[in-house]
Ligand binder design. Structure first.
Ligand code: HEM
Length: 159
């Protein structure tokens, strides 16, 4: 694993960063651009349909990014011998952040699926109820955690 990191360090850090860009950048774009652009759609069927489809396509990008972040993180922990480094506690904080973000993402995923089922059955208010926490606190929470993880990444750079 150490050899893998020595030979491919640029590509591994690149994959780690691009996965973070897709996950965190995607959440910011959805919450602050797409969300506000949808607010003035009055027809609930169109509004909910578009929201569900946007999230479905976004999740298709996020799931590989979550897995890629973890794989590249593990390679870096071993490859950089982070366990012996005085900054190992920062790597542990990042592991905790990744875990919380993933649990929150799974909850978001389940909520979207429940909303999609309600939508298919024509129960628009129930679908709306399932989606509301995503915009009000779940996506903002994961965005803040992601930004903290990026900051810690900068601190860990070039060890
Ligand atoms: C799973 C636990 C994680 C570990 C152990 C970890 C570890 C690291 C390490 C060692 C670096 C420095 C790479 C180098 O330049 O040598 C780094 C950079 C970075 N990490 Fe993580 N990371 C984790 C999770 C995350 C998460 C969840 C995000 C964001 C969603 C993230 C975003 C970044 C970014 C953007 C950088 C590049 C910072 C820079 O260019 O200076 N990491 N990470």
């Amino acid at each position: 694993m150490t050899e893998l990191f020595t030979n491919y360090s640029s590509i591994i850090v690149f994959l780690h960063v691009i996965a973070a860009v897709i996950w965190v950048g995607g959440m910011i774009a959805i919450r602050f651009a797409v969300h506000y652009s949808m607010l003035d759609i009055t027809d609930p069927k169109i509004k909910l349909g578009r929201t569900l489809e946007t999230l479905r396509r976004f999740f298709n990008m996020v799931i590989p990014s979550i897995i890629l972040l973890l794989i590249t993180a593990i390679i870096m922990i071993i490859g950089l011998n982070l366990k012996e480094s005085p900054d190992y506690s920062l790597a542990i904080v990042k592991e905790v952040i990744w875990t919380i973000m993933t649990v929150v993402f799974i909850y978001i995923y389940i909520k979207r699926n429940k909303a999609a089922i309600a939508f298919e059955n024509g129960q628009f208010p129930i679908a709306k109820e399932h989606l509301a926490p995503l915009a009000s606190y779940l996506i903002p929470l994961n965005t803040v955690l992601g930004i903290i993880a990026i900051f810690l990444g900068v601190t860990l750079r070039g060890l």
